[in-house]
Design a protein around this ligand. Structure first.
Ligand SMILES: Nc1ncnc2c1ncn2[C@@H]1O[C@H](COP(=O)(O)OP(=O)(O)OP(=O)(O)O)[C@@H](O)[C@H]1O
Length: 464
């Protein structure tokens, strides 16, 4: 008698009742549910949340076709994105199986299936589900740490943990990284998790203020200090007293002002323009820049002493293209936000080719670019699934023939696209789980050189 494990729930979606029963007997060791059509399957998914689903593609009323099978995969993943769906197909249905993987199924096998192979695949799915659920808990934990930051990337999670620790201190830190990687939201997170959270978060974009105004903006001025100084005015630093001062684009601060800022950071006092009176100000300083400050120091355009003063702790936020599966997590997140905001009730997600492109595109504008592409695509798309064309990615040709009617995708993604998507998803998820290439290659059961080749081919980055 096999050991019975009630925590394992398996749903079999199969309209051949004989086969469904036979499969049910095979898995006596777990809770098994069966359904013969999409609606009854979805009802079970909602009520029981099975971790693993064995699904036939030919389901009534389209038992000879695949439209119901595909609809079922999408609807299940909509309800429960972490479901592990295994697709059962006939021998000649490789293209459909790959397309199912493109839609989010984890694997497929041909009928009739060898019982030992079936056991292996199903057990592996339960294990993958368990690991993913653990990862998600970790993700939620990090989410809780830093508010709206969405990530499952190990390097980003490490950064989130550092930020949490850093927040409780008075250390002056500088966030580095390309434009749009999320420096602003990290700066905000530092403030919200600090003892100063109930006081002001005062942000200044040093690149956005004309050079001749920065000084008075930062330090304030006395009445009559210059033409137009009609009344005594406190500067941004003074206004931040008790709270956090966020100096964004610090690399754009003019040299002369750098000297004045350094003096403030050393003495913690300011003098308004037109005054020699020192005013003590108690602020926590956080800086951000997309410039290479160290090179600026060597070139003489950034003061070395200021560099060391603001970089007591340096955080390098990786570009989006180096964050593996985060691209899909963030894409889903921004899509959900847009659906909510604009009540896009018919919008269901991304087509397989669009998902593949989300993972392989370089995202030079990082998260900001991703956010704006997804929002525009969701609002402008005429289809329930956002297509590659809708995303309008520079240098990526729209090669998708996706026809949509009645909420079902009838057109097909080319076999090449589906294979690419399956490979990219598998590689990024292995890279996310593994701490190095060797481990990732092991998970994927391929050699390291092969993995390197594939990463180069799909422009995927190494784990941090
Ligand atoms: N991990 C994340 N999770 C959710 N939203 C994010 C994440 N990272 C960035 N964003 C969003 O992406 C957009 C750009 O982020 P942000 O403004 O923080 O980037 P930045 O690095 O400060 O850019 P810049 O250097 O141009 O100022 C914002 O709308 C932000 O909310």
């Amino acid at each position: 008698m096999p050991h019975h494990d009630d925590s394992r729930k398996l749903l079999i979606i199969e309209d051949d009742l004989g086969l469904a029963k036979q499969l049910g007997w095979h898995f006596l060791g777990m809770q098994v549910f069966t359904a013969a059509a999409v609606d009854s399957a979805l009802a079970i998914v909602r009520a029981e949340q099975p971790q693993v689903i064995l699904q036939d593609l030919g389901l009534p009323p389209d038992a000879q076709g695949v439209s119901e099978g595909f609809r079922c995969i999408e609807a299940i993943l909509d309800i429960q994105p972490n479901s592990k769906i295994l697709v059962m197909t006939g021998k000649s249905e490789e293209a459909n199986a790959l397309r199912a993987i493109g839609l989010g199924a984890i694997d497929f096998f041909h009928k009739p299936v060898d019982p030992d192979t079936l056991d292996l695949i199903v057990n592996r799915c339960f294990e993958t589900h368990r690991l993913r659920a653990m990862n998600c808990r970790d993700h939620l934990m990090v989410d809780d740490l830093v508010g709206e930051i969405r990530t499952q990337n190990p390097e980003m999670m490490r950064i989130c943990r550092s930020i949490k620790k850093l927040a409780g201190t008075e250390i002056t830190c500088t966030l580095m990284g390309e434009s749009g990687v999320g420096k602003d939201i990290f700066a905000n997170a530092i403030h919200r998790h600090s003892p100063r959270k109930d006081r002001r978060f005062q942000a200044i974009n040093c690149a956005a203020i004309p050079e001749n105004l920065i000084e008075s903006e930062l330090f304030g001025y006395e009445k009559g200090a210059f033409t137009g100084a009609a009344k005594q005015t406190a500067g941004k630093i003074e206004c931040a007293d008790g709270g956090t001062l966020f100096l964004d684009e610090i690399g754009d601060m003019p040299l002369l002002l750098q000297t004045k800022l350094l003096r403030f950071l050393q003495q913690r006092t300011i003098q308004r323009v037109g005054s020699t009176h020192d005013i003590a100000v108690d602020v926590r300083v956080v800086c951000a820049t997309n410039k290479r400050l160290k090179s600026m120091v060597s070139e003489g355009s950034f003061r070395e002493d200021l560099y060391y003063r603001i970089c007591e702790f340096e955080v390098e936020i990786p570009p989006l293209r180096a964050r593996g599966g985060d691209r899909l997590i963030l894409a889903d997140y921004f899509l959900a936000q847009t659906i909510d905001k604009y009540h896009l009730v018919d919008m269901q997600g991304f087509s397989a080719a669009a998902r593949a492109a989300l993972l392989t595109y370089d995202w030079p504008g990082n998260v900001r670019e991703l956010e704006s592409k997804i929002k525009t695509a969701a609002v402008m798309s005429d289809n329930p699934l956002i297509t590659l064309d809708d995303l309008n990615l520079e240098g990526v040709a729209g090669t998708e023939a996706t026809e949509v009617s009645d909420g079902c995708v009838n057109g097909s993604v080319s076999l090449r696209e589906a294979r690419k998507l399956a490979e990219v998803s598998a590689i990024t998820s292995a890279l996310d789980k593994a701490s190095n290439i060797t481990e990732a290659a092991k998970i994927l059961k391929i050699s390291r050189p092969t993995l390197y080749d594939m990463m180069t081919k799909y422009q995927l980055e190494q784990p941090g």
